[in-house]
Structure formats: structure tokens, C-alpha cells
Design a protein around this ligand. Structure first.
Ligand SMILES: [Fe+2]
Ligand SMILES: [Fe+2]
Length: 373
């Protein structure tokens, strides 16, 4: 076998993909990047575990037609072989990069890699534990994609002399338990917001190619189409049981997850000014644009959407951001009082976001969507 066929991009199963990722990374893994990926804070990507038996007992009969066409496309694997360097990959002068930009960009790559890999680990585990042929097939296909995504980001990191030790993460990173319905809400949202983030950057750089400071952005279009399909799968899973999205309590949970996911994204993105500056992207604009796209897409399944044009929305996000910044400062100084007061302020800001009246949405009869941006 030559080197080309040994890349994770060509793997047809998640096991094969991960074995290749580990083989590629073994000599390069770096403690700093792995330590960054190991962090468990409110803002860093986590690893999840759930009630796999409950997931396994799902019956996709009510959405069979849409299900089969989605699975058929994922099996046809249009992105096989895509996630590896080719002649479009430009050389990057990591040593010549502005140090602030380099730091933020590496942070971006490491956290993206951790998030991709978090999906991979969860999906792979579901595939391993389940017996339901529909469910296990879906999770095998999604895990395959996420292994490729994580492997590709590690390729980019390796050029900077670092890589995340994914085998170590699997064994050592803390797993957070989520009930299945929380997995649906959180994972559906993270797949769709991932699509919206990648496509918004891709379209921006398509119009402004001089601001593409790294070649990985050229891969974002096919990449976000994978994420879009993953989101579609979770939309279909939620559609198998109307209670999941229509009961009063579950509507409160959906609003909670929307607020948490949007709020987290705002704080994280605003912590990377040099990165967005290099891309020529105004962070306020970018985040609102991503929220808007995600909200429109989520109408396919969620009975409500957040009012991101409400007069309280942006000022409260800024308060949330300031509270998190002060929390960081207090942690660095070892100030106990500072930690308590800034945590309290963050909590209040979150509560204020949560209580902004949401907009009702009548979900359509047919759930399936195609990527439209
Ligand atoms: Fe992914
Ligand atoms: Fe995904």
C-alpha cells in the first residue's frame, strides 16, 4: 500500500480511519495541544456519553422514506478521499505568522479537532453498543466522517509541529452524561451550527480570497455538507417522537440548549480577535449571521426560535462575554471573590438571555432540507 491509500481521508470505516490517524500522529503528538484538548470548562468541547440502549430502541418507521434517502447518500460517500492535502494546499509559514494570530489559530484548530473527535467518539460508541441496524448504520457513517475531519485538522496542526493525541483523549478525557433527548438537541444544534459556521467562512473567503490565510478553509464547503447531513439525521431522529419537540417541558429544554449553544459560541469567538481580524470578519456580524442561518434551518424541527433581534439580545451577550473575561482574570489571579462575582454575573446574563421571549414556529410536514447557503 502506498502512503496515499493510508490516509484517514480514504478510510471507509471509523475504525480504519482512527487507526490511520493514530499512525500518522504518533510521532507528532504534543503535550500542550493535548492538554488544551483535555480542558473541561463551560466553554471547551466536551466528550459525551448517554443511554445507548434507549438510542438503540428508536424506530425510524415514521420517517422511513426520508431516512433511506439520507442513508443512501451517506453510503455513496461523495467526500471519500477529500479530507487530505493536495495541490490546492498552500505552504504556510508558521514561524513568520503573527504570534497572536498563531496562538488563536492553533487554539481554533485544537478546539475544532476536539469537537470533531468528540462526535466521532460518541457516534462510534453508539455504533458499537447498538443492535438496531438503522441506528448502528447511521452512527457508523457519521463516525467515519468525523474521524476524517479530526484527522485532517491534525494534518494541519502537524505542520505547526503539534498534534492532538486522540488515543489519549479517548481514554483520559472526562465524559459528560447526557440523557438521549439532550444528545439530540445538543448534537443536532452543533451539527447545524457547524454547517452554518463553515459555510459562512467559506462564502466570505470565496468573495475575499486574499484573506484566506490558511488553505484548510478551501475544504470547508464539502466539510459543511457532511455536517449538514449529520444534522439531518438528528432532525429525523427527533421526528420519530413528536413529544421530543412539542411537550411544554421539552420546549423549555430546547430554548435552554439554543441559548447555551449561541451564548458559548459568542464568548468563544470574541476571545479570538486576531483570528477573525486576519479573516477580515467582524465577529459581531459573523456570529449574528451564523445564528440567523442556524435558526432558519432549525425551523425544520424546533417549535421555537430565539429572537436574536430583540433589543436585549446583543447587550446581554456582551455582558456574558465580559463576565467570562473577568472570570478568566480572577482565575489567573487566584481571586476567590472575583470568581464568585463573575460567575454570578455570567449566570444572571444567561438568565436574562433565556427570558427573552422566543418566537413560535410551526414545524413543516416534511422535515428534510438541502444545504442552501
Ligand atoms: Fe465533523
Ligand atoms: Fe458532524
Amino acid at each position: 500500500m502506498n502512503m496515499q491509500t493510508q490516509h484517514s481521508a480514504d478510510a471507509t470505516t471509523v475504525e480504519e480511519g482512527l487507526a490511520r490517524v493514530e499512525a500518522q500522529a504518533s510521532e507528532f503528538t504534543s503535550d500542550d495541544a493535548t492538554a488544551l484538548a483535555m480542558e473541561n470548562t463551560l466553554l471547551t468541547p466536551r466528550f459525551y456519553t448517554t443511554d445507548f440502549d434507549a438510542l438503540d430502541s428508536l424506530d425510524v418507521t415514521p420517517v422511513r422514506e426520508d431516512w433511506d434517502s439520507l442513508i443512501e447518500r451517506m453510503v455513496s460517500d461523495p467526500n471519500k478521499g477529500h479530507f487530505k492535502k493536495n495541490e490546492d494546499w498552500d505552504h504556510i509559514d508558521w514561524d513568520g505568522m503573527d504570534p497572536e494570530l498563531k496562538k488563536e489559530f492553533i487554539d481554533f484548530l485544537v478546539s475544532s479537532c476536539t469537537a470533531e473527535f468528540s462526535g466521532c467518539v460518541l457516534y462510534k460508541e453508539m455504533k458499537r453498543r447498538g443492535n438496531n441496524p438503522d441506528v448502528t448504520q447511521l452512527f457508523q457513517l457519521m463516525a467515519r466522517d468525523e474521524a476524517r475531519h479530526a484527522g485532517f485538522i491534525n494534518d494541519a496542526l502537524r505542520e505547526a509541529g503539534i498534534a492532538v493525541n486522540l488515543g489519549f483523549l479517548t481514554k483520559e478525557k472526562k465524559y459528560t452524561y447526557f440523557r438521549p433527548k439532550f444528545i439530540y438537541y445538543a448534537t443536532y444544534l452543533s451539527e447545524k451550527i457547524g454547517y452554518a459556521r463553515y459555510i459562512t467562512i467559506y462564502r466570505h473567503l470565496e468573495a475575499n480570497p486574499d484573506q484566506r490565510f490558511h488553505p484548510i478553509f478551501k475544504w470547508f464547503k464539502e466539510w459543511c455538507n457532511d455536517e449538514f447531513s449529520h444534522g439531518e439525521a438528528f432532525a429525523l431522529l427527533m421526528r420519530t417522537d413528536p413529544k421530543l419537540t412539542q411537550s411544554f417541558v421539552n420546549k423549555l429544554w430546547i430554548k435552554f440548549f439554543l441559548t447555551a449553544v449561541y451564548g458559548t459560541m459568542w464568548v468563544r469567538d470574541h476571545a479570538r480577535p486576531a483570528f477573525h481580524d486576519a479573516l477580515g470578519v467582524d465577529i459581531d456580524w459573523y456570529d449574528q449571521e451564523v445564528f440567523r442561518k442556524t435558526s432558519i434551518i432549525a425551523r425544520q424541527v424546533f417549535p421555537l426560535e430565539l429572537d436574536i433581534d430583540h433589543p436585549r439580545w446583543l447587550p446581554t451577550l456582551r455582558r456574558l462575554e465580559a463576565a467570562f473575561n473577568d472570570l478568566d482574570t480572577a482565575k489567573a489571579k487566584g481571586s476567590f471573590v472575583g470568581r464568585i462575582t463573575s460567575s454570578l454575573r455570567a449566570g444572571l446574563a444567561f438568565a436574562s438571555l433565556y427570558t427573552i421571549p422566543s418566537k413560535k414556529n410551526e414545524v413543516p410536514k416534511s422535515v428534510r432540507l438541502e444545504p442552501a447557503y
